[in-house]
Design a protein around this ligand. Sequence first.
Ligand code: PLP
Ligand code: COI
Length: 362
Amino acid sequence: STTRETAFTITPKTDAISAAERAALLANPGFGRVFSDHMAVVTYTEGKGWHTPEIMPRQPLMLDPAASVLHYAQEIFEGMKAYRAPNGDALLFRPEANARRFRKSAERMAMAQLPEELFLDAVNQLVKLDAGWIPDPEVGTLYLRPFMIATETALGVKPSAEYKFIVIACAAGDYFSKDAGPVTVWVEERTVRASRGGTGEAKCGGNYAASLTAQQEAKANGCHQVLFLDANERKWIEEMGGMNVMAVMEDGTLKTPPLGGTILPGITRDSLLTLARDKGMTVKEEPYAIEQLYADAASGRLRELFACGTAAVVTPIGTLKSAEGDHLISGQTGEVTASLRKTLCDIQFGRAEDPHGWMHRV
Ligand code: PLP
Ligand code: COI
């Protein structure tokens, strides 16, 4: 990037663990438990704007118990990854798309708008400092979690006048365990994730809180994830707890629910639609009724179904389960699913040409 970088004050960690201890942690990190050494923090105060950009050793936050995030949930986040290229470079995938979505989420939650450049600077500088925490490509990536919380000490229900923007990072292997094969997904008929006019297209913590009883039910029914239906008719597939969903039809069409305000506009989703078009596939963003999907699975018109997102990458769905019973999609990873996953990952890990200019070297 040619833009001037924000001057972050950097306080390096002095008691970091040994390289050998870190290597042991990075060999099998799982997801969301092995954190890097530092965090970036930028503070917002009404009247003053964004100030005091800092990178410091990762540490607990000091929050007043009346901080508004703890009561009225003004919180938004992003999920993105740093990849280790064959030449050792650290690469980010479409970071400006995360910065833009973050700003839109802030807008929806009446939070302060973080300039996209500041978002990108914070992520870049944290990854630069903690690049040693990026696992080997065979193991995984460094998952970045930028988020913003409302920190004003005030119990009145109103937009906070103070915020903190923070970026933390964790080493990430596969979100779903590797040898599990295609995942089993619970079709949630009891609760909904988002309704029209709600916050479904914002990446706010509340959406995830609202999804957890369904996720619990999924787990209790032996499923890995949950698929939500639309709130109005309980008829149309929308998205999963933490990923978008796509179908491959018998005629080779790639089909996914349209962005109507109730689902998260996934950056993986958008990228896969582009890559599918590059491959000459027909791409349809159109509503798909769950009953039609069951019928298509039974007749063979539906060939493959997969989940996609930053954490999940591209994960095949083998079976859909609901209170009425099981619907088998496929026992193995489909050809198109595997091919799209490989094309995307080869770009992300710097192993292939990047025809759309998606990758950014840190
Ligand atoms: N849908 C939900 C609810 C998510 O949490 C995510 C993950 O971030 C996605 C979809 C996929 O979005 P992306 O591809 O930008 O990671
Ligand atoms: C992501 O993919 O970044 C998410 O936020 C989803 C969550 C399942 C980790």
